[in-house]
Design a protein around this ligand. Structure first.
Ligand SMILES: [Zn+2]
Length: 82
C-alpha cells in the first residue's frame, strides 16, 4: 500500500465500522398497488390502529452496518478509503 499523497509505504490499514440508520419506506410499487386504497380505508375504518401504527411505524429504522477499510498514512497523516 502506497500513500497517494506522499507515496510513502508507511501506511496503516484499519477496518472502520460505521452504523447508519436507514428508514424503512414503502416502495413505489407498493403505493401503486396497495397504498392508494389501503391508506384511506385504513384511516376510515381503523383510525385507532392506524394512529398506533403511525406512531410505531415512524420508529421503524434499520441499522445498517457498513465495514470500511481505511488507510492512514503514518508519514503525512492522509487517510482514504480502500
Ligand atoms: Zn502520506
Amino acid at each position: 500500500m502506497v500513500c497517494p499523497k506522499c507515496h510513502s509505504e508507511n501506511v496503516n490499514a484499519q477496518i472502520v465500522n460505521t452504523v447508519t440508520l436507514k428508514d424503512k419506506h414503502h416502495g413505489i410499487i407498493w403505493w401503486l398497488c396497495v397504498g392508494w386504497w389501503w391508506v384511506p380505508i385504513k384511516w376510515l375504518f381503523f383510525t385507532l390502529p392506524a394512529l398506533i401504527f403511525a406512531i410505531f411505524g415512524r420508529k421503524k429504522q434499520k441499522a445498517v452496518n457498513k465495514k470500511e477499510t481505511m488507510c492512514v498514512c503514518q508519514n503525512c497523516g492522509y487517510s482514504w478509503k480502500v
